[in-house]
Design a protein around this ligand. Structure first.
Ligand code: PLP
Length: 438
């Protein structure tokens, strides 16, 4: 039976009606981008009305290779048509074997990492929970320290090590024994963050409550695009080693090439004890997460951490294909060139648009503009959407416009997107200027 777009009595129904009426108030992206999307390819999304949008969001970092990558799509369709196994818990499958072989030969081996791989469940926060549990089991200690403004997911364990006050104080979230550690955020207040971390670890040791691990993002994706320097990361890794505290890098958003290298910590030349990966690891936006760790940390007992959706074989198929991007340095070089262009552009508009009181942040294709004008970052994202560009905000006060284009974006689309961003920032700053609209 077909249904007419009109409501009863012929009243016109808004295309957003069912979402507003039936879907929980918790929804957020459909409020920022109030339209109904129907298709996507590469860096472009299309809505029901046929309007096209340039994607500077990339599924919150899950679509580093753009939408519906043709080679991944081909592999997936072939696999589906051959009735390839889709659901497999942690059974051995040919699709998982190919993924593991490629992950080993293309990613781990050439970088000299002797890690073991765990599939902890479908999402990033599953990878974090497994990492926290494993660190506790391997060290026999309980506390895990996280950083101010950090984000590691929405499960209770991950929220307990996050740095967002509001989320940390939500009912049921375990209280961490120490305040979030100071991050390398470029502020004067945190200039000696390593000294503070060292003192915190020293005190905890003396009081016999040393932590099992420290969990860190190399670039704080949700926390406002603060990018830790390689030197700071090295000092943090040295400090952890000196105190026998495990270092967990949450590379869920910064990894899979977002900052230029496959792992975001490669420029720091560190070897974290545990690494969490998700988002773009399947390459196609299909749920997949990995917790990888040094061989000697594999202290799990059989079945000790389980989950029904650990074996997403469709994601193994597309993920194995996605890893081909890393067989040469072509993508890495392209990301470096585009990142340079984005950085220069952001510096230019920050300088040219004084009213926006903006400062560039981030690294790689993981950059953004912080604005000291309240509400301006969000108003810029709304203005950009009207002009056909999808961007979201980041930071505890939503004060950063975050640029997350696909790593594979064409130069032409990148330039168009940047031009729309500049125009949107100007329009938002004009609207926010004293006397505007009066
Ligand atoms: N860790 C980081 C750094 C993230 O950015 C996110 C999600 O944005 C997560 C963990 C949680 O991942 P998921 O939303 O897939 O659970």
């Amino acid at each position: 039976m077909s249904r007419s777009p009109s409501g009863e009595g012929g009243a016109k129904v808004s295309p957003m009606d069912i979402f507003e009426r039936l879907e929980s108030e918790v929804r957020s992206y459909s409020r920022l981008w109030p339209t109904v999307f129907v298709a996507a390819q590469g860096e472009t999304l299309v809505d029901e009305a046929g309007k096209r949008y340039i994607d500077f969001f990339s599924g919150a970092g899950s679509l580093n290779y753009g939408h519906n990558d043709p080679a991944m799509k081909r592999r997936l369709v072939e696999y589906l048509e051959a009735d390839g196994l889709i659901h497999g818990l942690d059974m051995a499958t040919a699709a998982k074997r190919t993924f593991l072989e490629r992950f080993d030969s293309i990613i781990l081996g050439p970088r000299g990492y002797d890690y073991k791989v765990q599939f902890p469940g479908p999402t990033g926060t599953n990878a974090v929970e497994a990492a926290l549990k494993l660190a506790r089991k391997a060290t026999g200690r309980e506390p895990i320290y996280g950083f101010a403004n950090a984000f590691h997911g929405m499960t209770l364990g991950a929220m307990a090590v996050g740095g967002n006050q509001q989320r940390r104080s939500a009912p049921g979230v375990a209280r961490s024994p120490v305040a979030p550690l100071p991050y390398d955020d470029g502020t004067e207040m945190n200039a000696d963050s390593i000294g503070v971390i060292e003192a915190t670890l020293g005190l905890a040791e003396r009081e016999d409550r040393a932590p099992a691990a420290i969990i860190v993002e190399t670039v704080q994706g949700e926390g406002g695009l603060h990018a830790a320097s390689p030197e700071w990361l090295r000092q943090l890794a040295d400090l952890c080693a000196a105190h026998a505290v495990l270092l967990i890098v949450d590379d869920i958003q910064a990894g899979c090439g977002r900052t230029g290298t496959f792992f975001s910590f490669e420029p720091a030349a560190i070897v974290p004890d545990i690494v969490c990966i998700s988002k773009s690891i399947s390459g196609y936006g299909l749920p997949l997460a990995l917790t990888i760790f040094k061989r000697e940390l594999d202290v799990w007992d059989r079945g000790e951490h389980s989950g029904t959706f650990r074996g997403n074989n469709a994601a193994f198929v597309t993920g194995a294909e996605a890893l081909r991007y890393w067989q040469t340095d072509e993508l890495e070089n392209a990301v470096r060139a585009k990142a340079k262009r984005v950085g220069a552009f952001l510096a230019e508009i920050a300088e040219g648009q004084e009213a926006a009181r903006a400062t560039p942040r981030g690294r790689g294709l993981f950059q953004g503009l912080h604005s000291a004008v309240p509400g301006l970052a969000e108003a810029t994202c709304r203005a950009a959407f009207e002009r056909g560009l999808m961007l979201e905000t980041s930071g505890p006060d939503n004060d950063v416009v975050k640029l997350l284009p696909p790593l594979t974006i064409s130069d032409e689309a990148l330039e168009r997107g940047l031009a729309i961003l500049a125009e949107s920032l100007l329009a938002a700053a004009d609207a926010a200027a004293p006397g505007a609209g009066t």
